[in-house]
Write a protein that binds this ligand. Structure first.
Ligand code: PNS
Length: 162
């Protein structure tokens, strides 16, 4: 059983995240999409909302034979990965600018838990500029975000600011 953790903030989940999950489904039997509980970061959606939205949108994508589930976690990611008996961490890399931070995290995680491999995946080019941060920024300034996030996400974002 090849089980991977796909950790992140997912505030909100974007089409880029879903693209990575679909690619990961070709490599793993199970992917746990793990939402970090980070009380220090001011979020748009609560942890419960993010998990709920993720569970909804995951039903709409092609997962092949891969079992995809959503959980939240707090504390060290490698600790959580060990508890869940995961073999790998999946992370998406969009541009070279992501690489430095991702490399640091991957090497730190390797130091903390050498048996856990980090697998980097590239999303489709059309999502190479899509980030949760920019989605929130342009949305809050009145722009449409269709094509960048699933329709359910845009709808939930509208409901949130009503
Ligand atoms: O979507 P993000 O915010 O880029 O994801 C970052 C995340 C959640 C992968 C990272 O912050 C993380 O793993 N945090 C958990 C705490 C931890 O293990 N920190 C050490 C990382 S080397």
């Amino acid at each position: 059983m090849r089980r991977a953790i796909y950790p992140g903030s997912f505030d909100p989940v974007t089409n880029g995240h879903l693209d990575i999950i679909q690619r990961g489904c070709k490599l793993f039997d199970e992917i746990i999409v793990a939402v970090l509980i980070n009380p220090e970061k001011t979020a748009f959606f609560s942890i419960e909302e993010r998990c709920d939205i993720l569970s909804e949108v995951l039903k709409t994508i092609d997962r092949g034979d891969c079992h995809v589930l959503v959980e939240s976690f707090a504390g060290l990611m490698v600790q959580y990965a060990a508890e869940r008996e995961a073999n790998a961490i999946v992370r998406g890399i969009r541009a070279i600018s992501d690489y430095e931070y991702e490399l640091q995290m991957a090497l730190m995680n390797r130091r903390l838990r050498p048996s856990l491999e980090t697998v980097f995946m590239m999303p489709a080019e059309e999502y190479s500029y899509v980030s949760s941060r920019l989605v929130k920024e342009v949305f809050q300034l009145g722009a449409r975000v269709d094509g960048l996030v699933p329709p359910i996400v845009e709808q939930r974002m509208r409901e949130k600011i009503k």
